[in-house]
Design a protein around this ligand. Structure first.
Ligand code: HEM
Length: 510
């Protein structure tokens, strides 16, 4: 826990430590005992074997052998920074969340940026969606807004996520990423057309994390003190503007510095050029959810034409002192919510509510929320107990609730989840309005001539590697269905059969 070393010193008394010969500079073993020689192992004479009784040697090797924890199953390559969020509005009419309760209210944050598919230590120049996850240390506990740079996602149901990630990750045979595998998957998943179009635009390779926007992607619910609900989408807009790399530029940067995104972020913060993002909200009434040709709770959709309201600004101003203890051990989870911010019924978000906390119990252990980077600023008071890595700070014999004993923790009904009306039967069925292609086409048409050309080139470079003609033709028909010019140019670029593409596109259901 925070302050452990300081409290230990004050309990024992610095004078006692000094008297025993353990000065502040003395190297110690993990049990605190001083180390006499950290350069030479204990041996049986000048040429004899090394002795098992050299406990400093054994402990040093044992600890080294255990230095790695499992890397994140996705988003393994990341970089982080500390900063501050300042609310610009009093949003108490919209949400009970106290971080938005007054203009000027400050909340400390930690942000972790990442790529998605590629492993820890991979080049930061690779095409991918990019993670933009923010932990707000609020005075009602931690709120994590775990988003991406792109405003939508590939799929709309969490049950497809493990298969999609398997298809994107390296082949189990050769351990190399392979477009044959992920386009095979997406030839069955037309709702991926919008996200694929965005990932293969230049937004798939940001030039700098400072010059990248962020999105919560899903709708969340904001709930006020009268239990009134609004659906909201979150959007971070970079004040540094947006800058991306073309394929050719990325290849050049990669040859010179494949840690370019981390180096750029750290260098800017260290020279005092603190990056800033404004946070915007799109807001929708529950009764308006059915008024669109698409389902607003579908993670493959943006909300076009809905105004954005600025609600605050975040500044990143400190590089972490230790990468592992912060960026690697941070546990960002969509289930870390605060009163006044609740999940929507988005089927992807619902799966994410379970998946992050679950993987973190495996990746970091049962007590990971007590690690300094994850610890809330407020006092944590509950009876979740014991487990590996427990720092041990419990007192008293009440480890259950409710209790009549003085001082025991009680729940507070003002923080209950909002009640949501339900109708119908349990079911396993696709959503009613899939509308798989319209927004992909709108995005394509919003691009400049040059950016369309870059998109076609980027996509053709990978789709052109697909050996199976049926997979290639189906993928082309999805892009053709989104926009005929887009599909026609792409078909020409990969030397596909346009008549077949057109027929397949005609047969596609929206
Ligand atoms: C990381 C699962 C969709 C953004 C992760 C991790 C898992 C995961 C297991 C690793 C977490 C850790 O080890 O700490 C899922 C599932 C999804 C999904 C099951 C769909 C059902 C999304 C979406 C977004 C997203 C839609 C963007 C809105 C992120 C980010 C991280 C992450 C930014 C890295 C967090 C960090 O920096 O520590 N995801 N994910 N994921 N995911 Fe997802």
């Amino acid at each position: 826990p925070r302050g452990f070393a300081v409290s230990q010193l004050s309990v024992l008394g610095l004078a006692t430590l000094l008297a025993s010969g353990v000065s502040a500079q003395t190297l110690t073993r993990d049990n605190g005992s001083p180390v006499g020689d950290n350069q030479n192992s204990q041996t049986a004479g000048a040429r004899g074997p090394v002795l098992l009784q050299d406990t400093q040697l054994i402990e040093k090797l044992q600890r080294f052998d255990r230095e790695r924890i499992p890397e994140r199953v996705v988003h393994a390559r990341g970089t982080g920074a500390f900063g501050e969020f300042v609310a610009s509005e009093n949003l108490s009419g919209l949400t009970r969340a106290s971080l938005f309760a007054a203009a000027g209210k400050k909340t400390p944050v930690f942000v972790r940026f990442s790529t998605v598919v590629h492993p820890s230590g991979s080049p930061e120049t690779l095409r991918d969606p990019h993670g933009f996850a923010t932990k707000f240390y609020t005075d009602q506990g931690n709120w994590d807004l775990v988003g991406n740079n792109l405003p939508i996602f590939f799929i709309r149901d969490a049950i497809k996520f493990p298969d999609m990630v398997h298809a994107f990750k390296p082949s189990p045979v050769g351990n190399v990423q392979d477009p044959n595998r992920y386009f095979d998957f997406f030839s069955h998943v037309p709702e991926g057309t919008h996200m694929l179009t965005r990932v293969y635009s230049d937004q798939g390779i940001p030039a700098s994390y400072r010059m990248m926007d962020g999105n919560g992607v899903h709708a969340y619910k904001m709930v006020n003190s009268h239990d009134e609900v609004r659906y909201v989408k979150f959007h971070w807009k970079s004040r540094q503007g947006e800058k991306n790399l073309t394929r050719a530029e990325a290849a050049k940067v990669q040859a010179e510095d494949f840690n370019n995104l981390t180096n750029d972020l750290y260098a800017a913060i260290r020279r005092g050029d603190f990056p800033k993002w404004d946070l915007y909200l799109q807001i929708m009434k529950p009764e308006d959810l059915d008024k669109f040709p698409f389902d607003p709770l579908d993670a493959t959709k943006v909300w076009p034409g809905i105004a954005e309201t600025k609600v605050g600004t975040m500044t990143l101003n400190k590089v972490p002192d230790n990468f592992f203890e912060t960026t690697e051990m941070v546990a960002m989870a969509p289930s870390h919510l605060v009163p006044g911010i609740e999940p929507s019924e988005d089927r992807m978000l619902q799966g994410r509510l379970f998946s992050y906390a679950d993987t973190q119990l495996h990746r970091l252990g049962a007590n990971h929320q007590l690690m300094p980077i994850n610890q809330p600023l407020v006092k944590v008071d509950n009876y979740n107990s014991n487990g590996a890595g427990n720092p041990g700070k419990r007192t008293g014999d009440v480890n259950y609730q409710p209790s009549r004993q003085a001082g025991s923790a009680v729940d507070d009904s003002q923080h209950k989840y909002v009640a949501t009306p339900l109708a119908g039967n349990t079911q396993q069925a696709a959503i009613a309005k899939t509308d798989n292609f319209t927004q992909a086409g709108s995005f394509y048409r919003s691009l400049s001539k040059q950016h369309r050309e870059n998109l076609i080139g980027n996509l053709a470079a990978d789709l052109g590697q697909v050996k199976n003609a049926e997979i290639r033709q189906i993928m082309l028909s999805h892009f053709y269905k989104a926009d005929t010019e887009y599909g026609t140019r792409l078909t020409a670029a990969v030397k596909g059969d346009l008549t077949d593409v057109q027929q397949r596109a005609k047969a596609l259901v929206d």
